[in-house]
Design a binder for this molecule. Structure first.
Ligand code: SP5
Ligand code: ZN
Length: 340
């Protein structure tokens, strides 16, 4: 049965909250997500494979060393500063225009440093955040290694998710871009072109910005229309599409029919590739608290079948999905469709 890669370290990130429009709201990207998915996979007979530690080379191929260095030490520095906040959160942002494009100073104040790397206030850092995010990269790289060595499909059961992280900025409940790291590693191993198809409910903005214009990666994303008021708000529009990038924004309320038509279009776009990375968010499902799309479990199974029909070596990397009662079965449905 299908191999899935796991690390207990991914459970160590406990954000507790998000700061949204200045209010502290309960976190939805919680450790129980990964446990729910793992339980469903084991019940379905999937084979658990422990993550193998990898050095930073694949990570640094897609991320600015300054971002990685910040994330590695952010909690230790914050907690040592004895601040009146139990999570790392930005309050001032180093927008490029602020310094007319010049490199901004590295702030003396520990509490100003997150503004060099964070693009939202929702993505809190606490004890264990770095260890979990770095372990998620190892999970994704282990899955990519399995596929590089001939496995047709491998699934990275990881969190925190990654597809909102750019080369140098973190946000959207994401810290390191597991999907982009997996794609980069697969590219090294198998050669290009590689395709990334992102079916998370939200646009894969970080993956798009990291991988587009490389010339050897095709990126496609099916997501709720940011123009209808949804994260990541600033991008994810159809007009960003070109020969190497395809954005398929969908109206809130879109169900199986419209969503699967877009998945088919994304699959056709990915067809010329030598290998595939699927950024699997199951938050497009009806009932998910973070998205207004209305996809069913049968829809997810059909999406898996459509992507599996490409017949490509495929790494599936977990992204979003927040309804603890259904995310496990939804992942199993997708992988069942894919691995048939
Ligand atoms: C990986 C992923 O699915 N990230 C999604 C990030 C989108 N979060 C946007 C949150 C907008 C405000 N949500 C208010 C509810 C607070 N829990
Ligand atoms: Zn999402």
């Amino acid at each position: 049965m299908l191999p899935f890669v796991w690390s207990d370290e991914c459970l160590r990130h406990e954000p507790q909250a998000e700061v949204w429009i200045g209010t502290r709201t309960p976190a939805t990207e919680v450790p129980a997500r990964a446990l729910a998915i793992r339980d469903a996979l084991l019940a379905a007979g999937a084979q658990e494979i422990p993550a193998v530690p990898h050095d930073d080379s694949a990570l640094l191929a897609v991320h600015d060393p300054a971002l990685v260095g910040f994330l590695r030490t952010a909690w230790d520095e914050w907690s040592a500063a004895d601040l009146p906040s139990d999570r790392v959160v930005p309050y001032i942002f180093a927008r490029a225009e602020l310094t007319s494009g010049r490199v901004p100073a590295t702030p003396t104040a520990v509490w100003a440093r997150p503004g060099l790397f964070a693009y939202d206030t929702m993505t809190l850092i606490g004890p264990g955040t770095w260890e979990a995010a770095r372990a998620a990269v190892d999970v994704a790289l282990t899955a990519a290694g399995l596929v590089g060595n001939g496995e047709r499909v491998a699934y990275a059961c990881c969190r925190p998710p990654g597809h909102h992280v750019t080369r140098s900025l973190y946000g959207g409940s994401c810290y390191l871009n597991n999907t982009a790291v997996a794609a980069s590693a697969l590219l090294e191993r198998l050669g290009g072109p590689i395709a990334v198809v992102d079916i998370d409910a939200h646009h894969g903005n970080g993956t798009q910005e990291i991988l587009r214009d490389r010339g050897d990666v095709l990126t496609a994303s099916v997501h709720v229309d940011p123009g209808a008021g949804w994260f990541p708000h600033f991008l994810g529009f159809a007009a960003e599409s070109d020969d190497a990038n395809l954005n398929l924004p969908l109206a809130p309320g879109t169900g199986d029919e419209g969503w699967l038509a877009a998945v088919r279009e994304a699959a056709a776009f990915a067809a010329p590739a030598r290998a595939l990375v699927v950024a699997l968010g199951v938050d497009a499902a009806a009932g998910d608290p973070e998205s207004p799309l209305e996809v069913s479990a049968r829809g997810y199974r059909e999406a898996g079948r459509i992507l599996g029909e490409l017949g490509l070596p495929t790494v599936v990397v977990q992204e979003g999905g927040y309804d603890l009662a259904t995310i496990g079965p939804l992942v199993v449905e997708t992988l069942t469709g894919l691995a048939r």
